[in-house]
Design a protein around this ligand. Structure first.
Ligand code: SF4
Length: 427
């Protein structure tokens, strides 16, 4: 070991998957990974630029790391991820190295050029080693597409991650085979627009079909899907392959066609609703989640009402809801009709209230059902309670010992609130 390193991950699952790669590069370079970043010799921030709030948190952490340098002057700070592309000028004054997503392969070279930390050996050596990131040993993420070819007017991803790049299918099959051999039970295929996958004669539907066929003991999920490219062939695979899990994350973003046009989302609400109808009738136990942005430039009260109406009609099982925040370099920055922040926040509060009520009702329909769930970890609040997940990705709390982690249980759902289900084990 040449030193201790930690990775602070912000943002989406794509970043979590990238953190696995960063962790492997750090280990190859001789670093031991630790969660104790205040006792590390090297800290890598894997950043997100998608919202202003995430950037503010990262700027705050960089400030803390600066003050840590007073105690550990050899500390090396690196920044990777989307903010490394979006705010490279600012970061070049705050960090020792800055590597944007499209150049992530340079990390090993950069690490090889770093001096060994002189503080090594001066501190207690009993720091808990970090076993990679928030993925569990049974659930892994697998990026199949990087970048995005769309140009949604609010989004930095095309600027920070570049155009779409598709991983070759044979390499993906090999990686899933290796995961399966290591005991991985569920694999989530990742991409900003995962269903846009193409490679040679492969489409996302044929890739998913082949994955499910070759690895019948592995459960597959995929995120994030763009409604415009969601083909009937994908629905067919979801409906016919039992190991493709009944979960779909399909961002709607807004219920008003006028706002959707200004966002350049390339579909109308009617098209979105029709697509949801087709998927739900083919996959009866489907859980549908979404992303919603309120307070987009020019959004009138009537537009916002359409979003509320859309949520009542679709009844999402879960939703990630945000108020619009300006991202430098995106087209929406130049749109007229900016709403004051308090007005955006007020609309977000209304959205959240509505969605909470819908989730409460939707989750009640789970009560009395039996679900085969994968036990993921102990509950944060009570070590005698386990957190498991239904095939449709709903969290379930169930009493039980830690030894259940990584096993499938047949659970009977006994009660539910807006955010979680509660179960007993079936005799
Ligand atoms: S589809 Fe739109 S929101 Fe999603 S990553 Fe691409 S540009 Fe961003």
């Amino acid at each position: 070991m040449i030193g201790r390193a930690s990775i602070l991950t912000y943002g989406c699952q794509m970043n979590e998957a990238d953190t696995t790669d960063i962790g492997q590069a750090l280990k190859r370079a001789g670093y031991e990974l630790t969660r104790s970043w205040d006792q590390s010799d090297l800290v890598v921030l894997n950043t997100c630029a998608i919202r202003e709030k995430a950037e503010d948190r990262i700027r705050g952490t960089l400030g803390h790391l600066k003050s840590l340098r007073a105690r550990r002057p050899w500390l090396v700070v690196g920044v990777m991820g989307c903010m490394a592309a979006q705010s490279a000028d600012y970061l070049s004054h705050e960090a020792d190295f800055v590597i944007p997503p499209m150049e992530a392969g340079q990390l090993s070279e950069v690490l090889a050029g770093l001096p060994p930390p002189p503080g090594l050996g001066e501190e207690e050596g009993d720091l808990p080693p970090l076993e990679m990131n928030q993925e569990t040993p049974f659930k892994r993420f697998l990026p199949i597409i990087r970048g995005c070819n769309h140009r949604c007017t609010f989004c930095v991803v095309p600027n920070t991650r570049g155009p779409e790049y598709y991983e070759p299918p044979e390499e993906l099959f090999q990686k899933v085979g290796e995961m399966r051999d290591r005991g991985v039970l569920e694999v989530t295929l990742l991409g900003q627009t995962v269903n846009a996958y193409v490679h040679g004669g492969w489409t996302f539907a044929t890739l998913l079909q082949e994955m499910a066929h070759r690895f019948p003991a592995v459960g597959f999920r995929f995120i994030t899907s763009h409604p415009r490219q969601f083909s009937d062939e994908i629905i067919e695979v979801m409906a016919t392959r039992p190991n493709v899990m009944p979960y779909l994350h399909l961002p709607l973003q807004a219920g008003s066609d006028r706002v959707l046009r200004r966002m350049k989302r390339l579909y109308t609400f009617a098209e979105y609703e029709a697509l949801v109808g087709r998927v739900r009738s083919a996959v009866p136990d489907l859980a549908l989640s979404t992303d919603i942005i309120c307070g987009f430039p020019g959004e009138t009260e009537e537009d916002f009402d359409r979003t509320l109406e859309a949520m009542k009609r679709i009844r999402f099982e879960s939703a990630f809801m945000f108020y619009y925040s300006e991202r430098p370099g995106t087209a929406a920055v130049n749109l007229d009709g900016k709403l004051p922040i308090p007005a955006r926040k007020e609309r977000l509060a209304r959205l959240i209230r509505l969605q909470k009520d819908i989730q409460m009702e939707v989750n009640q329909s789970e009560v009395g059902r039996r679900r085969r769930c994968l036990v993921e970890r102990t509950s944060k609040k009570d070590p005698a309670v386990m957190l498991a997940r239904t095939p449709s990705n709903k969290g379930v709390l169930v009493p039980g010992p830690e030894s259940l982690i990584g096993s499938y249980l047949e659970l009977e759902i006994q009660r539910a609130d807006s955010f979680i289900l509660f179960a007993s084990q079936r005799a």
